[in-house]
Design a protein around this ligand. Structure first.
Ligand SMILES: [Zn+2]
Length: 185
């Protein structure tokens, strides 16, 4: 006897899966906190505005045409370790400090434009220390290895040139945090 093609029968014989609980929206403060912690770990998260941000991923190294030949001094294993170290810090201010420790900001000797003082009056030099030696790398290698945008180094650079150090900025202030989340998108 052929089995009934009626799907209802098969469905009824299976134990019913429990209905997923309706997703309750967490309070804003809690959502910001959850998002911030996931963001700091490099994991995917939902912004308080409801936008999903993907998890951090390492981007490819600089090309063979790089004048610093970064790839010859930094293996893919080195790069992965640096990436993992950076994201395991899981604290935004400490990540800024990691960048600050691996970056040198020096004033340019001569920097004038037709309109006077240039806004780009500092030179940034980037380093990684995969083993005992500190290796200078190009900006592409630096950003791509950490999987971060230029905004991160711009922020650190600003803090370094203004204060001479990277400070913990306004943590715990909800309005501030929210702004930061948007900035880092
Ligand atoms: Zn390079």
């Amino acid at each position: 006897m052929p089995r009934s093609a009626e799907p209802r029968e098969a469905e009824d014989s299976e134990p019913r899966k429990p209905e997923p609980a309706p997703k309750r929206k967490l309070p804003l403060r809690r959502r910001i906190d959850v998002a911030k912690r996931a963001r700091d770990r490099g994991e995917s998260y939902e912004t308080p505005g409801g936008k999903w941000m993907p998890q951090r991923e390492q981007r490819p190294p600089c090309t063979d045409g790089c004048r610093l030949k970064c790839s010859q001094r930094l293996s893919s294993k080195d790069r992965l370790e640096i990436f993992q170290t950076f994201w395991s810090i899981a604290d935004h201010a400490a990540q800024w400090n990691f960048i600050a420790r691996n970056m040198r900001v020096t004033p340019k000797e001569k920097c004038t434009t037709v309109r006077g003082e240039s806004r780009r009056s500092f030179t940034r030099t980037y380093y990684f220390q995969p083993r005992t030696n500190r290796e200078q790398v190009c900006k592409t290698m630096f950003l791509n290895t950490l999987g971060i945008s230029n905004a991160w180094v711009a922020t650190v650079c600003k803090k370094l040139t203004l204060n001479g150090f990277v400070s913990d900025d306004g943590r715990g202030k909800i309005g501030h945090r929210r702004k930061k989340l948007v900035e880092l998108v």
